[in-house]
Design a protein. Sequence first.
Length: 319
Amino acid sequence: MAQGASEPVWPMPDVRPRFATWSLCGGRPFGCGDDCKRWHAGVDLVGAQDKALVVAPEAGVIVKLDAGWSEGSRAVFMRTDTGLFLVLGGTIAGSGVEFKRVAGERVTAGAPLGRVKGSYGMIHFETYEDHEKTRTHNSRWYLGEPAPEGLRNPLNYVQRAAGVAATMDSNEQRQQALLDLGYDPDPVGDVWGPRSADALKKAQADLGLDADGIWGPKTEEAIRAALDQRIEEEAGPCDPDEVVGCKLPNTAPSFDKPTAPGGSVSDPTEPPSSPTKASKPVLVAAGIASAAAVLGGIFLVYRSVKAAPSPMDSFLDPR
């Protein structure tokens, strides 16, 4: 089974890692009850501001840019070197042009792909197993039907990504970091020219470092810390009842079984848009310290509404 990269990058490096607790397997259309038509096949990475940067979670090939999506937004499809097909929905149409992205292009982990459409406010994320390299788009999962071929539970992947920062090995990643901090480097993706060098020196001086224009370990550490502080200030306080993922461990729990190993959890709650015809997955914050220490405080549990088969029965994890 495809596992994905062991340390994928969070797809929105300037947005604090958060994902909606109710989004996975919620009913669609949104807010439906007994009249739901299909399952929500991915997880929503929420809290994104307008034009937030979207990057490749791991190395692979761009399959499509600007695929049709909802609310006037677009989606990026990519096929990873680890055998996954990733869907990142919610980007601004044409925003990949800024980074000179084209379909068929090979990209590295952390490479810019586009920007979030503000009215959408998130990235919808889906994972499919695709070792044969045949998938070209996402699939809808209708009630009463088996999960689409290759569809995988993205939660483990998302949690791994939440604990890993994008690398800053390439010029474009360094230029993007400087730009995010308010400096004026060369256009992201261009050569490292005088503007980038000057921007780096200004950043070093502001951060209390020697302004030598050399991107070394101390400079990267200081820039990462400044970026983290900026993200925290913009994101504001985290509401654990709304989203999960303010700070998640790099090693995420496995969800092969719909139970929480090592004990119970406190106060599981029903997702607001859940259909009443099947068991639903619910992410909850752990209320037991010993279990939280083992699993990082996040569990996947089930609340059975009726004794119908769970849509998650064939919804496996890229671990």
